[in-house]
Each structure stands twice: as C-alpha cells, then as structure tokens.
Design a protein around this ligand. Structure first.
Ligand code: DAK
Length: 260
C-alpha cells in the first residue's frame, strides 16, 4: 500500500510509523487509520521487524484526535465502520506479539491519547499534552478510551479526565502513571529508539508470551489468569532462547539470543 498520511521506516529491526498530517495536527481520518492498519499488518508479518514506535511529525502533535472535519458529517453507518476500523487497529497494536512504544511528541488528544493507550509503553516529550476532550464535542471516547484509560490510571482519574475533558501535561501524565518516562523534546525519539532496540534484542517468543499473558490474563479470574501464565511460561521452555539465556547465565556471559 502507498502511504499518504504516515511515514513508515524500518531501521535495525525497529519500525517507526510517523503520523504525518501536520497541518491538521496529525488528526486521524479514516484514510490515515487504514494506512496505520496496513503498517501494523506489515509489522506483524515481517520477521525482520522486532519492535514498533508510533510518533507524530513536527513538534506540535502526536495525534490531535479523530479528524473532526471528517467526523462531523458522517452518518451512523459510516461512523460505525470508522469506529470498528479504529477498534480493530488499536486492538491489533495491543495484541501484536512485538513491543510497541508510543513516542508522544505533542498533543495527544481524544483518539491520540487512545492510540497511545493501545501501545505497550508510552514515552513523552516534555511538550506532550494528553486529554480526552470528546465530552466538549458532545460525544464520548470511541476508540477504547473509556476502557483502557481506566485500566491504566484507575477509575477515579479516568473519570476525572473523561468527564471534564481537561488536558494534562507530560509531568502530570507521568505522576498518574499514564506515561512511563518523560524526556526533553530532542531526546524523545533517540530514547524511544534506544529502548525499542533493547526490546528488539530480547528473546522474541518470551516477549510474545509476556504480552499474551498480560493482555489476556487481565480479564480472567486470578486462578485462570495464573493458569494462563503457567502455560505461557511453559511454552518458553521449548525455545533455543530459553536454553541460551540460562546457559549464558551459568557461564557468566551475555546471552546470544537468536529468536528461535
Ligand atoms: N480534527 C481536525 N482538525 C484538527 C483537529 C482535529 N481533531 N485538531 C486540530 N485540527 C486542525 C485545526 O482545525 C487547525 O486547522 P486550520 O484551521 O489551520 O485549517 C489546525 O489543526 C491547527 O489547530 P489550531 O489552530 O486549533 O491550533 P491551536 O494551537 O490553536 O490548538 C489544539 C491546538 C490541539 C488545542 C486544538 O487544535 C484542538 O483543541 N483540537 C481538537 C482536539 C480535540 O477535540 N480532539 C478530540 C477529537 S474527538 C469514534 C471513534 C473515535 C472518536 C470518537 C468516536 N467512533 C467512531 C464513534 C474520537 C474522537 C476524538 O478524538
């Protein structure tokens, strides 16, 4: 697929999707969402890609939300397909067997915050601004914000953000656990790349099982969730990387993981 609204690059096993509609502060329209879905599919199926970074072009915005220009005139049937495409894409990011980092470089509002919530890890520039302002438009979050935000920062804080529509800065987002780390703007991408390369060098099957156990164990009763963890962990014992990791430890050397 030719991309018009995103940039897609791969370097040293790390793919980067850059939302690239700076004039509209990278607002997410259906075409951009289709391109994101396609790029996520490529990352899923290409064994040479070990990790993914999502970021926005320019210094102002990660994604300033779903595109209000497009959305305002959609009919219910069309909004349903836009909503479903968004949900499917975000879920495929969340459940991708490879780590995904959101490098939030500016405004992440509405759908922008929601895209970051589907990522495994959120790094933010000191200039990042988060918020769920949908209530101010007479709607509510439509790409999982009411669900994932509460899971990540808790019911009380999620309700505070969603019911008020207030925006918060990177420092506040860090304090409430919405972002993992905050960096000076010029350090954001280098630090995200460094961390992505680190994760890309981890035993890939163990990364996949860790994500699987966390993602699919969350909604289970604890006994079942722990059982799922046992199955996921046991499967790691079928890999060369498990043998290598333990052998290297005992031989007091760095492991040479092969991803098998
Ligand atoms: N959509 C379209 N254009 C946008 C935009 C957006 N979300 N955000 C900004 N822009 C455009 C502005 O219209 C402006 O365009 P021009 O006037 O230059 O043509 C340009 O980007 C620069 O923005 P501003 O002039 O407004 O810049 P400021 O620095 O003054 O303000 C701002 C920056 C980020 C505070 C402001 O632009 C803003 O408040 N933007 C809107 C933020 C927002 O409300 N985002 C949430 C959108 S609602 C669903 C699925 C998902 C969703 C809902 C339903 N289902 C399918 C049911 C998700 C909904 C949302 O995300």
């Amino acid at each position: 697929m030719d991309y018009k609204n995103i940039l897609f690059t791969v370097d040293e096993g790390v793919a980067t999707v850059t939302f690239n509609r700076p004039k509209a502060l990278n607002a997410m329209n259906s075409e951009t969402m289709s391109e994101l879905a396609d790029a996520v599919g490529v990352c899923n199926s290409d064994d040479a890609i070990k990790a993914l970074i999502l970021t926005g072009s320019g210094e102002r915005a990660f994604v300033a939300g779903a595109d209000i220009v497009e959305m305002q005139n959609l009919r219910p049937q069309q909004i349903v397909s836009f909503m479903e495409l968004g949900h499917q894409t975000l879920r495929s990011i969340e459940t991708m067997p490879k780590p995904v980092i959101a490098a939030v470089n500016g405004y992440a509002l509405g759908g922008g915050t929601e895209i970051s919530l589907a990522c495994d890890i959120r790094f933010a520039s000191e200039k990042a601004i988060f918020g769920q302002p949908e209530i101010l438009l007479g709607i509510i979050p439509g790409w999982g914000g009411t669900q994932r935000l509460a899971r990540i920062i808790g019911f009380g804080r999620a309700k505070e953000m969603i019911l008020s529509g207030e925006q918060i800065n990177a420092q506040r987002a860090y304090e409430i656990g919405l972002v993992n780390r905050v960096f000076a703007p010029e350090q954001l991408i280098p630090e995200a790349q460094k961390f992505a390369r680190k994760l890309a060098g981890m035993p890939g099957f163990a990364i996949k099982m860790a994500k699987h156990s966390i993602n699919f164990g969350y909604d289970l009763a604890l006994d079942n969730a722990c059982r799922l963890e046992v199955e996921c962990c046991a499967q790691c014992f079928s890999t060369d990387d498990q043998k290598e990791g333990m052998k290297a430890f005992l031989e007091k050397r760095k492991p040479a993981f092969t991803g098998r």
